[in-house]
Design a protein around this ligand. Structure first.
Ligand SMILES: [Fe+2]
Length: 460
């Protein structure tokens, strides 16, 4: 049994006007076959696979973990004119501060825009890593649909994370958002344990299905360091340093040597400006600031200066005004309810400047959902998409909070989401479960209108 609701508006009428003056641009280039690589992987020397990230128009960051002693390089090929063409062989030194972990974050530059890229690490003795596939970002002027996936909360109890496999099977993506709690370090007491928790997740079928094909976009939430990281006095500075250091070893994220813990950054993928927030390490609860003053000023500036149709905000905890049940004691500081002034200032900034196409991605609450930021007022036109958990314990409130109004839809199931954002201002999302059920899908637009919602009621 499926329930089908046309929530608001008539999408066919709303977008008919676009059809006549639509400009067509080349579709994205798709490789007709995977690059076979140079030979079989040595999984003893390369035990954790490969990943890519930091996708730009002309560059990528590629990653592996190497247990050998020889020097390392990476062979990079690009799909061009119907064939895989060698691009470069790049020296891949191990990360200078992390020889023991054996990780490398190697930039690959000079790549063509919006192009399939493949790569394989090789040591001086000829041993090979797994083959990775990725792609560079589409240029700002690209007129094609952008596709991405997202999840959060990958506690190992949910391994091997089938929802990730199911999203990967629905076609290659431009990027994948790891929206926080990608690992749970709560039980780890030292560097070795933290590293093993990362490698345990990275080696699962779900992580490999995404990471070996899709550039990652990462933020973190509390569990990359410890439960409730961000509540003052709870987590020692040493623990925070340890968790963040190990995060930068295993996530395919560039570390700025001048600001080594800074995670907030933007990416441009065609019609989408991706604005990555750090909603954990810069809390100031006494001042009720979810983001530091510097990050908040940067965020507002990023929203107003981008000419992208979509401004996708990677926000680890929900910005939707949550019910009072979530406000007890310190719990309210675990999401934007605890920071009302900054939240109101942000909504006012978006509204007064008539910024369209802002959409939030959130995790942390362990249930999927499609919520309006507020029940009424300008926040009612902003959508908050809750993605994940891919593996953590399920929050049964996901089946209680749903009201069809502000809390448009939610449920309690392991899931990852797949999005398509079109340059003419129409978006689509589908949440996919471990059982490969499309548990909900929606069409929406840059004004926060939900044109269509289709969801599967939970079993009684
Ligand atoms: Fe979580």
């Amino acid at each position: 049994m499926r329930r089908r609701d046309v929530v608001r508006g008539l999408p066919a009428l709303a977008f008919a006007a676009c059809a006549e003056d639509r400009t067509y641009a080349p579709s994205r280039v798709v490789a007709s076959a995977d690059w076979p690589g140079l030979g079989d992987a040595d999984s003893a020397l390369f035990p954790t696979g490969v990943q890519s990230g930091e996708a730009r128009f002309d560059s990528l960051l590629v990653w592996t973990q190497y247990t050998g002693e020889a020097t390392l390089e990476v062979v990079v090929v690009v799909w061009a004119d119907g064939a895989w063409v060698e691009h470069a062989t790049v020296s891949a030194p191990l990360d200078p501060d992390h020889e023991v972990a054996g990780t490398t974050h190697t930039p690959v530059t000079g790549l063509p825009p919006d192009a399939p890229v493949a790569y394989q690490f090789r040591d001086a003795d000829g041993a090979l890593s797994q083959v990775g596939h990725s792609r560079t970002a589409a240029p700002a002027e690209s007129a094609r649909t952008v596709r991405f996936g997202a999840t959060s909360c990958c506690s190992a109890q949910g391994a091997p994370f089938p929802s990730l496999v199911n999203v990967a099977a629905r076609g290659d993506l431009d990027f994948f958002v790891w929206n926080g709690d990608t690992v749970y370090q709560d039980s780890a007491d030292n560097t070795a344990q933290m590293r093993s928790i990362w490698t345990r997740n990275l080696r699962t079928e779900g992580f490999r299905a995404i990471m070996e094909r899709t550039p990652g976009v990462f933020t973190w939430d509390d569990h990359e360091v410890d439960n409730d990281w961000g509540i003052p006095g709870l987590i020692s500075p040493a623990r925070e340093q340890l968790g963040t250091d190990v995060f930068f070893e295993f996530a395919c994220v560039a570390r700025d040597p001048d600001v080594p813990a800074r995670l907030w950054r933007t990416f441009r993928f065609g019609c989408v400006e991706v604005i990555v927030l750090d909603g954990r390490s810069e809390h100031d609860i006494d001042a009720e600031e979810y983001l530091s003053e510097a990050q908040f000023a940067w965020f507002k500036d990023a929203l107003i200066t981008s000419d992208a149709t979509w401004k996708l905000v990677i926000n680890s905890v929900p910005i939707a005004q949550m019910p009072d049940a979530y406000n007890i004691q310190q719990l309210k500081y675990e999401h934007w309810n605890g920071y009302p002034a900054q939240r109101a200032e942000l909504i006012e900034h978006i509204t007064s400047n008539a910024i369209t196409g802002v959409m939030f991605l959130s995790g942390d609450f362990h249930h999927p959902g499609l919520y309006r930021v507020d029940a009424e007022g300008p926040g009612n036109a902003l959508l908050d998409f809750l993605v994940g958990p891919a593996g953590s314990s399920l929050n049964a409130l996901g089946r209680v909070i749903m009201d069809g109004e502000q809390y448009v839809w939610s449920d309690a199931a392991h899931n990852s989401a797949r999005f398509e954002l079109r340059p003419e201002g129409l978006g689509h999302v589908v949440w996919v479960t471990d059982e490969d059920i499309a548990i909900a899908e929606a069409w929406f637009d840059v004004h926060g209108t939900i044109n269509f919602l289709d969801w599967v009621p939970p079993p009684p």
